[in-house]
Write a protein that binds this ligand. Structure first.
Ligand SMILES: Cc1cc2nc3c(=O)[nH]c(=O)nc-3n(C[C@H](O)[C@H](O)[C@H](O)COP(=O)(O)OP(=O)(O)OC[C@H]3O[C@@H](n4cnc5c(N)ncnc54)[C@H](O)[C@@H]3O)c2cc1C
Length: 468
């Protein structure tokens, strides 16, 4: 925590601002800076000790002294936020909402209870990695690409001796390059889609020369290290050696199976917007048919169906760190108007709108190019662990669905899948897909519930004591 951030002990029970921004990633930082610069009283709430989010994660202590700043643009952006007079509340989790649209928060270092109210609420809670289970996904040595990236670039440690990168999405390539740079061998990149296959759709990439250049740089690094890229392939199983740690990963391809001996597997199938708070704020969402998760319905500037509630960054849909910042800027422009503050110059608004449209086009293009058939992955064997919190297998979920417990709550009640500490954040979409596959009927996603992330019981009791 920065020394300038409010200390938990001094926190009053209720704080009121013009705007509360939830999430100190690129989108939340830009929104907060723009609004505070325009004269609004802005609070920025971040559950981590440091601002920056996933893209601008900070190096600390000896790692910072030894390896220097990582992504200095993030350091500059954070400094601008503080200089603009934003009230920064790090180490503070927003875990719920009230019917009158207050945000319920607790410190992550000492359970307290502070209610935040504001004329506008901006939700920039980012995304989480979407992992589709397979037998052995819970073995030590299996991590996500985001975690591999964190180890390689923020902690600056070697990710593993021999690492396999698998899943789907454009993020796998920079992760593979960062893992190589950390001193690890990369056994292969396994991609479920076929984005590098020549196609009419791929010609659309010519409209984004900057992104093509980035792609070419990653492919050059991987070719130099002779890292194979397997397309149209997915992890079917991972098994442990005698020490109980990951030893072998089996890959299903269209031409047969392959296996790799590795000590680390970094795997996830794209990102999934973190929309729990938006759902609690009664924002209308549409179901993403591929990921099986709700995506908030917004206008081009992030205004949602709930008055005064805005979604920015990847909480609004996956768009990368540049897209997150552009979305933050545009939401701030609308909120400035709503609050009667000075409007940004019209030319700047048009420029940001153009950038936003281009980045959205690029996101759609990547979604198309990385599209893949999820059925083989969802055909996981019955013994696959799906809900890790409550140890519920794919077979138990299928049995419950066939016995008639085939709606969202039915399968949950019959198996306890989604009732553990993560409240289904990890498994709910897989459970829905498995039940749909059994019944042939679509199953909606599990609705968000409070607390959106685990909190100490003492924090919930503090709400009662303070009569919030
Ligand atoms: C694990 C992971 C690693 C990633 N690594 C990279 C990378 O190395 N390079 C890259 O280009 N892209 C990366 N991405 C993609 C990246 O998320 C974005 O491009 C960019 O950071 C999105 O910015 P954002 O502001 O929307 O969200 P984020 O950067 O994710 O910021 C959201 C912030 O909200 C906070 N938050 C969430 N919920 C709450 C709550 N209830 N209360 C308080 N605070 C909350 C989080 O702690 C986080 O700091 C990664 C994504 C993930 C999920």
């Amino acid at each position: 925590m920065s020394t300038t951030d409010p200390q938990p002990a001094a926190a009053p029970s209720h704080l009121d601002y013009d705007v509360v921004v939830v999430g100190g990633g690129p989108s939340g930082l830009v929104t907060a800076r723009e609004l505070a610069t325009a004269g609004a009283r802005v609070a920025l709430i971040e559950e981590s000790a440091e601002l920056g989010g996933q893209y601008y994660k900070r190096r600390r202590g000896q790692v910072l002294a030894r390896h220097g700043d990582f992504r200095p643009a993030g350091t500059a952006l954070i400094a601008q936020v503080r200089q603009a007079g934003v009230q920064v509340h790090t180490n503070r989790l927003v875990w719920g909402t009230t019917p009158d649209r207050a945000l319920l928060t607790t410190s992550t270092t000492s359970p307290d209870a502070v209610r935040f109210t504001a004329r506008a609420i901006v939700v920039g809670t980012g995304a989480t990695e979407h992992v589709l289970p397979f037998p052995g996904w819970q073995l030590p040595g299996v991590i996500t690409p985001g975690h591999a990236m964190h180890l390689a670039t923020t902690d600056v440690v070697r990710v593993g001796q021999r690492v396999l990168i698998a899943g789907s999405g454009p993020f796998l390539l920079p992760v593979a390059c960062a893992v190589l740079a950390s001193g690890s061998e990369v056994a292969a990149v396994v991609e479920a889609g076929r984005p590098l296959r020549p196609s009419a759709r791929a010609l659309g990439a010519a409209a984004h020369p900057g992104m093509l250049g980035e792609l070419a740089r990653y492919l050059t690094v991987l070719a130099r290290h002779r890292v194979p890229i397997l397309q149209g392939a997915h992890v079917s199983e991972s098994t442990a050696g005698p020490d109980g740690r990951l030893r072998t990963v089996s890959i299903a391809t269209t031409t047969g199976n392959r296996s790799f001996d590795v000590d680390t597997l970094a795997t996830a199938v794209r990102f999934r917007p973190a929309t729990e708070l938006l759902q609690l704020l009664e924002v209308e969402c549409s179901l993403d048919p591929e990921l099986g998760v709700p995506i908030p319905d917004t206008d081009a500037r992030g205004a949602t169906s709930a008055p005064g509630v805005y979604a920015v960054g990847e909480a609004r849909g996956i768009a990368g760190s540049k897209g997150a910042q552009v979305r933050g800027w545009l939401a701030a422009a609308t909120i400035r108007e709503e609050l009667g503050l000075s409007a940004p110059p019209e030319r700047a608004v048009r420029r940001y709108e153009r950038r936003s449209r281009r980045l959205d086009d690029f996101s759609r293009l990547t979604s198309d190019l990385y599209a893949h058939d999820r059925e083989p992955m969802l055909a996981m064997p019955d013994h696959t662990m799906v809900c890790r919190c409550e140890s519920v297998t794919a077979g138990e979920i299928r049995t419950a669905a066939r016995l008639g417990w085939n709606d969202r709550n039915g399968v949950k009640g019959a198996t306890r899948a989604g009732m553990g500490p993560c409240q289904g954040r990890e498994c709910a979409s897989t459970v829905s897909c498995l039940v749909s596959a059994c019944t042939g009927e679509p199953v909606g996603c599990q609705p968000a519930r409070m607390p959106v992330k685990p909190i100490p019981v003492r924090a919930a009791m503090a709400m009662e004591e303070r009569q919030l």
